[in-house]
Design a protein around this ligand. Sequence first.
Ligand code: PNS
Length: 161
Amino acid sequence: MAKKKTIGLYPGSFDPVTNGHLDIAQRAYKMCDQLHIAVVANPSKKVLFSVEKRVELLNKTTRHLSNVVISSFNGLLVDYARQIKANMIFRGLRAVADFEYEFQMALINRSLYPGIEVVFLVPNEKFIFLSSSAIKEVATLKGDVSGFVPSAVEKALRDAF
Ligand code: PNS
């Protein structure tokens, strides 16, 4: 039986994209024929950057990866996964604290779309502690975030605060 082309979907708020997200994206990229990185347009939390800006920053910071498509989506993740014919959803797991939420989301998504596999990837340990919200807090207080985010994001944070 011929193996199906692997179309991966890496969804998130990416508000903004961090070095930890990029580490996961590179790992996911190696595992599929095409990788879609999709920004949720209607996140459940308050965001700093517009969806257009979040997409722009992802485009700028993933230029070196061919076969990566950056987009945004509204509504249910599984509906978007169906629309782009994704057969894998990638999520990063940093610590046990992430697990409960991610496990619940994976099981709900798989029951809504049984054709999808959810794959958890572990980032390089140097990024285990990173989160977009912590980075925003450091940037608000004028701290140095250059080790945590790509330079385009650092500039965007500087402009925002
Ligand atoms: O980066 P985040 O904020 O952890 O990403 C969360 C995201 C965007 C993956 C999640 O909120 C999501 O899938 N939202 C779309 C709405 C949806 O499908 N909700 C049901 C999930 S159980």
